[in-house]
Design a protein around this ligand. Structure first.
Ligand code: NAD
Length: 240
């Protein structure tokens, strides 16, 4: 477990106990959190699957140790840039990598529904993605909001970046908008609104605790174990 002292690190440790998944060790920025390991490189030796819920700055190092030691890696960290995505693509040539901005069954099913809705509705239906998270969250819009926006763009058969609406200026037809709220202890609320003249469809998901992400991450790790090098997603794990 990489980022073991964090909120998700703690949730994954709890879920692993309940699911009887053997977590051999956890490291954070300053070294071992549990297990006898000096650092991430020492932890990776002999580890079958690494689970990373830390920070984008640590990603390159975590991919390197996964490649060197040949184990697989699940990446749950969000706030990743196109450069991080490129590093993941390169690493996936040598090692099995599963990157997921959201590891819950519900959100991944929601993404499939959003893709389907966007595919069937014309660009006169405006698509807006709203999200709310706890006050400590570092990145915005959330990785999950971007995942849902990407699903809508996939449904329309277009790239997300050119139509991503940043909330300043007038809304263009075909734009996919994002709005973020931060406060309290919200584990993660997402709502995708498809709005046309005189009617609206709202597709949403509310995470009641981090346990859903933790269980999903462990399921992903179990599924990824023994897979050949390549890039995988939660849709593969969940058979969506
Ligand atoms: P957090 O800030 O509570 O925990 C992150 C931990 O990573 C901290 O303990 C920090 O010290 C540690 N860290 C920083 N640099 C490190 C390094 N170089 N090596 C090892 N550890 C390092 O955050 P969190 O709420 O636990 O979330 C962690 C990440 O997971 C965020 O990017 C968050 O958005 C994402 N997240 C993803 C999902 C999902 O389903 N994929 C769900 C929830 C959160």
């Amino acid at each position: 477990m990489l980022g073991a002292a964090g909120r998700m690190g703690r949730a994954i440790r709890e879920a692993a106990e309940a699911m009887q998944v053997p977590l051999t060790g956890g490291v954070d920025r300053d070294g071992a959190v549990f297990g006898e390991f000096a650092d991430v490189a020492a932890l990776a030796v002999g580890t079958e699957v690494l689970i990373d819920f830390s920070t984008p700055d640590a990603l390159a190092r975590h991919l390197d140790v996964a490649r060197v030691d040949g184990g697989a890696i699940v990446i749950g960290t969000t706030g990743l840039t196109p450069e991080h995505q490129r590093l993941i693509d390169v690493a996936a040539k040598d090692v099995a990598v599963l990157q997921a901005a959201n590891t819950s069954l519900g959100v991944n099913l929601l993404a499939a529904l959003v893709q389907q809705a966007a595919a069937r509705l014309g660009s006169d239906w405006d698509i807006e993605v709203l999200e709310m998270h706890h006050r400590h969250k570092a990145d915005a819009p959330s990785g999950t909001a971007l995942l849902l926006g990407q699903a809508a763009a996939d449904g329309r058969g277009i790239e997300l970046a050119p139509v991503q609406h940043d909330r300043t200026g007038k809304r263009e037809e075909g734009a996919i908008g994002f709005a973020s709220l931060r406060g309290g202890s919200v584990a993660g609320d997402h709502l995708v609104v498809l709005a046309s003249e005189g009617e609206r469809i709202e597709l949403g998901h509310r995470a009641e605790s981090r346990a859903i992400f933790a269980r999903g991450a462990l399921k992903a790790a179990q599924w990824l174990h023994g897979k050949p090098a390549g890039r995988y997603s939660m849709a593969d794990v969940l058979g969506l």
